[in-house]
Each structure stands twice: as structure tokens, then as C-alpha cells.
Ligand binder design. Structure first.
Ligand SMILES: *Cc1c(COP(=O)(O)O)cnc(C)c1O
Length: 429
């Protein structure tokens, strides 16, 4: 038994130093180097330990509810007018997104290392809630660092974390948002790297996190591969996933990297449009740099300071991207593309109205691109979309800022939603 069985060892990456080609590695203050080496060594051991793998598998099944289903979105496919669209339903996981997959792995690792406490930063609170959940389950303390502005903005998630027993530490310095929360969490980690461990929320950060988080997420791809063969009768022709840091995308891509006939698409947030500068499309617009301890494409200014980034989906709002994505882009194995805020909102409504599934705004970016791609690929082809999370958290925001009437004149509800879907293809406003 192994944690990962297929695909991700293509090119055997990362290498021993944590590089995917020229990307990745570990760029840390000397005090943290030894700490990361300990994490790496512990992961090396447990990732081959049948007991650990069994424990994680049981939690995945009986706690999270895995495997998550693959579902044929027949009405959406019909309306898109081309390839058949399938959804990998990570939105049905306990806590409502894919993040629980790596949080369970990380907290289980912490426990095996004898740690008492897990710490992390969070922006919108999604990673904080998933980590607080895993910490509650496994009986560890949990400190979540969050910018003061985000604490106010994301009150329901702050309450969820508190109910789950986590301590939410409001960070009042600097911009009082995610960047300062990262700094504060790193400082806390430096003060006591023995009893606590930093749990990163995506396939980013210093080695071994991009590898480790990918491995914990690879369960998505392994399941989806089998499910497509048994349910849809073949592998998909294309897979589409949204990319913030890139963990849900790496999770689903990892099992298909060796399948050269399966085209892979990563969708970054174009926000209000790439030309406006208000986006977080790191692969499209970034340059090589170092951010949060790793080398990758980064949205940065001339001095290497991360640029302010923006997306309607706070989970995609990050000025870097996982190093394996930069690598897969450089070798052309994955095609990276974008969807705007508006396209995402339209896909949000489309999936809700046509399939009864309210997607997270992050995941809506993938749905929006899949609808376009379905037309291009044409009939007889199959597209698998990784539906990374559910949209309950986004409902109030969408209703307030993008009211339905603007998008959906009555007559568009009639046959096949053709008119409505036409908009998904194009930028407006
Ligand atoms: C956090 C989040 C994302 C973005 O994270 P990745 O690491 O890029 O996968 C995407 N979808 C949902 C629902 C999220 O909560």
C-alpha cells in the first residue's frame, strides 16, 4: 500500500532538494531549516508506513465521506452544446471543500511527530476552518492567525473556528490581512518549532509542503480515474480545475500526468480583467521569484515585493502559485487559462439553476472554462471538472453584488438556457 500510486512520480519530482525543475526548493531563515528537515524526515517515514496510510484512509472514508462521487452534469452539458461535462464532487466532503483532505494528513502527521499544537494563517477562513476541524478530531490545539480586517469580514468562519475549539489570533499590524497573518504565524512558529507545527494550506511554501499537500490531495485524482472508467466508460479527454495556490488542481491532475491523451487545464482568476491589473493570474502574468520560502512564478513588483492581488473568490486570491504548476506550465503538460469574476458568477448561477448544485466561487472559475471548452471539443468528448467546494459561503455576497435579475431575463429560462450560457463565453461590462 502506498499513499500515492499513479502518475505523480512522473519525472520523479520533486528531486531530493524539493525542486520541480527550477521551481520549489526551500528558502528559509537558518533557524527554520532544521525544522523543515525534521518535517521532511517525518513525512518520508509516515508516507511509507502502512499504519499511517490505513489511519488516513479510514478518516477519509468515515469522517470526510470519501470517495466523493463523480456526477454527469447532463443538463449543463446539453446547454453547453458539445462535450459531456462530469463533476468530481469535492463540495460534498465534510466541511464542504477539498481542503479537509490535506488538513487531515497534516494534523495526523503532527500527531505522529508528537506535536501538541497546529498553527496556520487564514485569509477568508476556509483553511482555518478545515484545520480547526482536523485538530478537533485528532485532539490537538489549534492557533489560527488572521488579519484584523479579515476577522471582521469573515465573521461566520471565525465563529466556526472558535466553536471547533481553535484560538483565532487577530493580526493588527501592516495591512491587517493575509500577508501579515503569514508573517505573524511564521514568527510564532520560529518562537516554538518544537511543540507546534505550521500547516500550510495549499501546494505552496518550502519543501516538503508542495509535495506533501499534493500527495494528500492525490486521492481526488486516483478516485476520479477509477470513477471515470467505471461510470463514464473511459478516461476524460480533458480535466479542468481552478488554481489559487493549486492544491485541488494538483490533487486531480496528479493521477493523469502520464496519460498523454488527457489534456489538463488550470484556470486562474482574471478578476476584473487581466488588463486592469485587478486579478490573481500568477502563471499568466507572473515572473520568477521567491515568496513564502519557495521559488515559483510570482506576481511581484520590480523589487520583488508581492503585488496586491484580487479575485471575487478569496480562495484564489494569492500572488504566488505552487512550484509544480510553474513546472508543468514550463514543460507544456498543463495549459493555464483564466476566467473573470463575471464568468465565474455566471457559471455559479448556471450550475445552480441547471444542476441544483451551488458551487464555490473558486470552483465556478473551472465550471466557466469547462463550458467554453465543451463547445470547442465538441460532441462525443468528455470533460471532468474538479468541483473543489460548495458555494454556501458565497451566496449572500453573490445575491448582494450580482443580483440574479441582471443575469437572467425570464425568457432565457425557457429552452436549454442558451441565451444565458452564451454570456459565459464573453466578457461584459
Ligand atoms: C481554498 C480553495 C481553493 C483554492 O485553493 P487551491 O489550493 O488552489 O486548490 C479552491 N476552491 C475552494 C472551494 C477553496 O476553498
Amino acid at each position: 500500500m502506498n499513499l500515492v500510486t499513479k502518475g505523480i512520480n512522473t519525472e520523479n519530482l520533486p528531486d531530493a532538494k524539493g525542486y520541480f525543475g527550477e521551481y520549489g526548493g526551500s528558502y528559509l531563515p537558518p533557524e527554520l531549516e532544521k525544522v523543515m528537515q525534521d518535517v521532511e524526515k517525518a513525512y518520508e517515514e509516515i508516507s511509507k508506513d502502512p499504519e499511517f496510510i490505513k489511519e488516513l484512509k479510514e478518516l477519509n472514508e468515515h469522517f470526510t465521506g470519501r470517495p466523493s462521487p463523480v456526477y454527469h452534469a447532463a443538463r449543463l452539458s446539453k446547454a453547453a452544446g458539445g462535450a459531456e461535462i462530469y463533476l468530481k464532487r469535492e463540495d460534498l466532503n465534510h466541511t464542504g471543500a477539498h481542503k479537509i483532505n490535506h488538513c487531515l494528513g497534516e494534523v495526523l502527521l503532527a500527531k505522529h511527530m508528537g506535536k501538541k499544537k497546529v498553527i496556520a494563517e487564514t485569509g477568508a477562513g476556509q483553511h482555518g476552518v478545515a484545520l480547526a476541524t482536523a485538530a478537533a478530531l485528532l485532539g490537538l490545539e489549534c492557533d489560527i492567525y488572521m488579519g484584523e480586517i479579515d476577522v471582521k469580514k469573515e465573521a461566520p468562519n471565525v465563529s466556526r473556528m472558535k466553536v471547533l475549539g481553535a484560538k483565532v489570533i487577530s493580526v493588527t499590524r501592516g495591512t491587517k490581512t493575509l500577508k501579515d497573518a503569514v508573517d505573524a504565524a511564521f514568527e510564532a512558529y520560529l518562537k516554538d518549532p518544537v511543540t507546534q507545527i505550521y500547516c500550510i494550506g495549499s501546494v505552496v511554501g518550502p519543501h516538503p509542503f508542495p509535495m506533501m499537500v499534493r500527495d494528500f490531495q492525490s486521492v481526488i485524482g486516483m478516485e476520479a480515474r477509477e470513477q471515470m472508467l467505471s461510470y463514464a466508460g473511459s478516461l476524460p479527454d480533458a480535466i479542468v480545475a481552478c488554481v489559487g495556490g493549486g492544491s485541488n488542481a494538483m490533487g486531480v491532475f496528479s493521477a493523469f500526468l502520464d496519460d498523454k491523451d488527457v489534456a489538463l487545464y488550470g484556470v486562474e482568476p482574471a478578476g476584473k480583467g487581466l488588463e486592469t491589473g485587478k486579478h490573481a493570474a500568477t502563471i499568466q502574468k507572473g515572473t520568477v521569484g521567491i515568496l513564502h520560502g519557495f521559488r515559483s512564478l510570482v506576481l511581484q513588483d520590480k523589487n520583488g515585493e508581492p503585488l496586491p492581488v484580487y479575485s471575487i473568490a478569496s480562495g484564489l486570491d494569492y500572488p504566488g502559485v505552487g512550484p509544480q504548476h510553474s513546472f508543468l506550465h514550463s514543460i507544456g503538460r498543463v495549459t493555464y487559462t483564466t476566467a473573470t469574476d463575471r464568468e465565474a458568477v455566471e457559471a455559479f448561477y448556471a450550475l445552480s439553476r441547471m444542476e441544483g448544485i451551488i458551487p464555490a466561487l473558486e470552483s465556478s472559475h473551472a465550471v466557466a472554462y469547462a463550458v467554453k471548452l465543451a463547445k470547442q471539443l465538441g460532441k462525443g468528448k468528455k470533460i471532468l471538472v474538479n468541483l473543489s467546494g460548495r458555494g454556501d459561503k458565497d451566496i449572500d455576497f453573490v445575491m448582494e453584488h450580482y443580483p440574479l435579475e441582471e443575469y437572467e431575463p425570464e425568457e432565457n429560462l425557457k429552452d436549454g438556457y442558451d441565451e444565458f450560457l452564451k454570456h459565459i463565453g464573453g466578457e461584459k461590462n
